[in-house]
Write a protein that binds this ligand. Structure first.
Ligand code: C2E
Ligand code: MG
Ligand code: MG
Ligand code: MG
Length: 293
């Protein structure tokens, strides 16, 4: 702000802020109607085994295709919906869409792959948040191991929360869900989390792979991977865009990669086509997909 003729001039910033607030309000207002109209869809991004190029699973990523506002990316509405509780409804919607897809694959005799869904930390406010997920899993007759729940480190923000999450992960396993740590390595206590939480997989954040030429970064990646391996935790590298990154990760024995190098997130029909191009698993049995045959 500066003084101009005795008045302070902040209008530029105010206009910016006002614009943003208006937009956020609009998205919040549109949410219930959009959910009812099924304007939200999921895309599936493949996870691929580095050793043999076989399909190892997929991540469900939500997309908002609004008839007037156009295609809105999750980065624009997920943080907003995490501030009110819209995210909980939306995650459930995504979860059900995944169940319906897995059910259809089974009915059509298509091979199952483990599909992971992102679960916001907002769910942990409700101690019974796993109940609706279990109900849907039973309703769609989804086998154990076919759905993986991704949690991010921000879920574990304090001591009390950590105990709650620890108990929830045990409960997820009891109910037949796998559990992974998303955006791994960007928080303060990633290594401690590995020791403390009984997760099936970690997904190394894509920021690590921007500069794989950096020796310090390489040391960090290699130590995360070797520790995870010793603990029997599967490893996935996120945001892999080129051959150099993939070669490097194969060299340090990372299990799977997810990124544009193999595929962008795909619509479900696109995913069903894409998977036909993948070679079969060379040495099955060790992978997460073994759980659902
Ligand atoms: P995430 O769970 O870490 O998902 C990975 C994000 O990285 C996705 O962005 C994906 O499209 C993007 N990505 C994948 N490969 C590459 C690559 O090679 N290069 C680059 N630059 N990006 C890549 P997207 O779909 O925009 O989702 C962003 C975030 O929104 C997700 O990050 C996740 O935290 C959140 N999100 C998405 N869907 C849901 C949902 O259904 N529920 C919740 N709670 N969060 C969701
Ligand atoms: Mg994720
Ligand atoms: Mg991630
Ligand atoms: Mg993320």
């Amino acid at each position: 702000c500066k003084l101009q003729g005795g008045k302070s001039v902040c209008s530029f910033y105010d206009a910016d802020l006002m614009q943003r607030m208006k937009r956020e309000q609009e998205l919040n207002v549109q949410f219930p109607l959009s959910l009812a109209n099924r304007d939200f869809t999921i895309h599936l991004q493949p996870k691929v085994y580095l050793r043999d190029g076989a399909l190892g699973g997929a991540e469900a990523l939500v997309r908002w295709n609004h008839p007037q506002l156009g295609l809105i990316s999750p980065g624009d509405f997920i943080p907003l919906f995490e501030r009110n509780d819209n995210i909980c409804q939306l995650d459930l919607y995504v979860f059900e869409a995944v169940c319906a897809t897995l059910r259809r694959w089974m009915d059509e005799g298509q091979p199952l792959v483990t599909v992971s869904v992102n679960l916001s930390r907002a769910h942990f406010k409700n101690p019974r948040f796993l109940d609706p997920l279990s109900r849907l899993k039973a309703q769609y007759r989804i086998p154990d191991g076919a759905i993986e729940i991704e949690l991010t480190e921000s879920t574990f923000f304090n001591e009390r929360q950590r105990e709650l999450v620890q108990a929830s992960i045990r409960e997820m396993h009891r109910r037949g869900f796998l559990c992974s740590l998303d955006d791994f390595g960007v928080g303060f206590s990633s290594l401690a989390l590995l020791q403390e939480f009984d997760v099936d997989a970690i997904k190394l954040d894509r920021q690590f792979f921007n500069e794989i030429a950096n020796p310090k970064g390489q040391t960090i990646i290699a130590s995360f991977l070797s520790l995870a391996k010793k603990l029997g935790i599967h490893t996935v590298a996120e945001g892999i865009e080129n051959q150099a990154q993939a070669d490097y990760l194969l060299g340090v024995d990372c299990d799977m990669i997810q990124g544009y190098y193999f595929s962008k997130p795909l619509s479900i029909p696109e995913f069903e086509q894409w998977r036909l191009t993948r070679p079969p698993r060379h040495n099955p049995g060790g992978g997460a997909e073994a759980a659902c045959g």
